[in-house]
Design a protein around this ligand. Structure first.
Ligand code: HEC
Length: 147
């Protein structure tokens, strides 16, 4: 019994350590937006498997709608002061707000188009929309994200 207790507490300590290592950043805006981008990125990888690698993926519409939904949950992702910390956000996000918001709207629109195409089961349109969305991510990263 003693051994089991020891094992359990060791596992708990290891888990706490792993969580702490990932959670160096404490600015909630930064942690939240990076988490949402990771979710979006996961959906993009899954879509790539189905659309570009032609794998037997049956959740394309779920992935595409997941991206639309995730973008909706970005909230106020870049409040004042969230340029400080473990972030790759470039300073011009705050000085070129209109341009930044335009880039966001473009990506959102592309995600909606992709969601419609995958829902309709239109493979060719879905591939085109996927590429357009990828281009919109890249365009914003080039202008507003540090390498
Ligand atoms: C309007 C601009 C914009 C759009 C559109 C955008 N991103 Fe980003 N993305 C950023 C910025 C800025 C960061 C850096 C955030 C930070 O470090 O605080 C980022 C960070 C990321 C990260 C890194 C997250 C982490 O772990 O730190 C990933 C992955 C990512 N984006 C994927 C995507 C994908 C995939 C798309 C398109 C479906 C996309 N982004 C669309 C601006 C954008």
């Amino acid at each position: 019994m003693k051994k089991l207790v020891l094992l359990v507490s060791t596992v708990a300590a290891l888990t706490a350590g792993a969580v702490a290592a990932q959670a160096d950043e404490t600015n909630p805006a930064i942690v939240h937006r990076q988490a949402i981008y990771k979710i979006v990125s996961g959906h993009m990888q899954s879509l790539k498997a189905g659309l570009l690698l032609k794998g037997p993926v049956d959740n394309l519409a779920w992935n595409a709608e997941g991206i639309v939904d995730a973008f909706k949950h970005m909230g106020a992702a870049y409040p004042e002061g969230s340029d400080k910390g473990e972030t790759k956000a470039k300073a011009n996000i705050w000085t070129e707000q209109a341009k930044f918001q335009e880039a966001g709207k473009k990506a959102f629109g592309a995600a909606v188009t992709l969601a419609e195409a995958t829902k309709a089961g239109d493979q060719a349109k879905s591939v085109d929309a996927f590429k357009a969305l990828g281009g919109a991510c890249k365009a914003c990263h080039e202008d507003f994200r540090k390498d």
